[in-house]
Write a protein that binds this ligand. Sequence first.
Ligand code: 26M
Length: 803
Amino acid sequence: LRETTAAESAPTPAQFRQAMLRHLQYTVGKSPQQASLFDWRMALSHTVRDYAVDPWFSATRRTWDEDRKRVYYLSMEFLIGRLLEDQAINLGLRDVMVQVLAEFGLSFDEVAEGEPDAALGNGGLGRLAACYLESMATMGCPAYGYGLRYEHGLFRQHFENGRQIETPENWLATDNPWDFTRPEAAYPVGFGGELHDHDGASIWSPRSKVLASAHDTPVVGYGGQWANTLRLWAAMPSADLFNLDRFNAGDFAAASEPEALARSLSRVLYPNDTTEGGKELRLSQEYFLTSASVQDILRRYLAAHDDLLKLPEFVAIQMNDTHPAIAGPELIRLLVDEHAVDFDTAVETATSVLGYTNHTLLPEALERWSVGLMRKVLPRHLQIIETLDTQFIALQGQAPNPVRLISNDQVSMGDLAFTTSHKVNGVSALHTELVSQELFPVHNELHPGRIVNITNGVTPRRWLKLANPSLAALITDTIGAGWESDLERLRELEPYAEDPAFRDAFGRSKRQAKEHFTGWLAAEHGIELPAEALYDAQVKRLHEYKRQLLNILWTIAHWQRIKRDPQANWVPRVKIFGGKAAPSYHMAKLIIQLINDVAEVVNNDPETRHLLRVVYPPNYGVSMAEKLIPAADLSEQISTAGMEASGTGNMKFALNGALTIGTLDGANVEIREHVGAENFFLFGLTTEQVGERRAQQGHSRAALEASQTLRDVLQAIAEGTFSPEDHHRYDGLLETMWNSDWFLVASDFEDYDRAQGEVADCYSDPEKWQRMAILNIARMGYFSSDRSIREYMSQIWDVESAL
Ligand code: 26M
């Protein structure tokens, strides 16, 4: 086995070319003359993948040989995007690959554009898991990602008359070249059935069993010195799991239940980024992921050890939100029922192994499962949770109203995850404070020190080097290579903020990124944009708390002002929106329609179209973000304070030299501290003021009465200015604005307007703007996911780097 790093063993163009031609002929079965773009991409992907295998083998081998502790990251979502360029960069193959393709007359961008995004996630939580996988590999942290191999990822979005339409996503329709199928790694997962008492012990006889079958993708770290595995489970009906007893008893429908369940389990990703609750299939998916993963973890541990009580010395399991929180009961069940460990020892062992990351405080997003459904699907686990609940009540002594794992006939997965974890973490400083004080105050007093903060981060390989090659090249030219895996080195750029030549070069790189984005937008969506304008972007899932509504209402106000005084010295702006709404989230879908209706009117107004555009390219996802974020001048991070756990898009924008207009929410607080308050456009109520304002009767009406600007905006909407064919389209939305406004759009409007005025003033002084943008880039090193992972390794997982 080779132990050399990718950089040392980089192939020559001739070697790479030969390897690719071999794959074209023998893997794809085509000659260069017959090959389509698809064929070339397959040959290229297999060629790149080959170079991942050596570091992958050697990392796996060393982990076994050195008997290292491993991290297992359990997540229902991995929002990976494309892999070809990412893997090529990390293996040091990007340049040679581009060169060899060019020799065949092919443009790399054109070949790469054919790769479908692996969109196995909804948004921030899923993308964070993908950044963390890449950083764990870069940091030499022995780790596995465990997830589900959904046949259909997040739905595709398009607009009809401005309304969101969802269609199925189908990333596996063509070959997935990254996937190694592992039919030998398969585990039965049981569902339903009964409990029987046997000598005081509970025996679970599931009604159906489904096989979990593994598909592995190597995840190579930057520099190619380490690689981990992303293991995705596919549900498989299995001949021997077909229920023969029931079949022979004549109950044919019941006999094929396992097969029906199997066909649905890994079929599709649930498209909500908040729980809608109660769906049996979702609970079954969560258990399927968790059980298969925990079985695999124990199998791997027992292949090298025999004392299960030492599990915490060799295994750390991280639960990405509560979605895999059944891991506690499942691990306890396997230890007690299959390995004869006594209950209390099993609980202690499981708790020492497990960690839980909380990603949200929204009450509707905190998972609760009805006791009835739990009993039906997972009777043994419910029994274990009941025992844990009894123990947890006892721990609270004489408390009159103890916190319970089960209340109102529902299992609270957050409380369960807390009690079965040795560490619980929030994802930004503010969020962790709220997790301690608002969400888990009782747990926190019982277990001081269990809650820790790990502020989120993003991988600079994908979000700077890959997405923004012109800025990345400028950085390397200025401070040398190596910043990619030591992002604090960006600080060396600080003095260049005062260097006019560097500022010009930065301006040119921003211009190139804009051209790349607008070129794509024109080719893909037929939308032409002016290059000389302030690109102002808000891209993220549609949610009322994220306040896309505040942004579009301000856009209308801005349009009205331009129309009142068209000759004034306006800064031309392009308002860019992107993001999907959950299919059943009516208000979010109405906001999408409003944005598209406003775009229709504003973009066709000859008086203003040279000064204001509104664009909403459909189907925002990782690959669109890679083009859009580098092109942005202004990043909208405008959630109601206290509601966005962290945000990670905010980090990607600032790292690419966009300035932020934002509230004191989530990681915005820390971003502002790092880049400097003078380089950040702050507005809005604080978390504390949000609480106070909501308690004031009639706050929405009061705020509207204080803002002529906002009243004029609502008036225009009410008159049908943007929906001439349906004056009542936005009645519901307007009613909310006047009478409830939970998200405080009206309360924050005037201050947002003031901050947007500062943005425009600042942008008209390019020297000042560029200085601020450069200082943002230089001071964003802290937000590398490498730093986050280092903190998880030392504060939660107690695992050492193998490098
Ligand atoms: C739950 C049950 C059923 C179906 C879907 C879900 C579900 C899926 C995703 C619930 C929440 C989901 O994601 C929440 C999320 O993305 N949270 C975001 O996490 C980011 C990473 O920590 C933070 O930066 C964001 O602030 C936070 O909103």
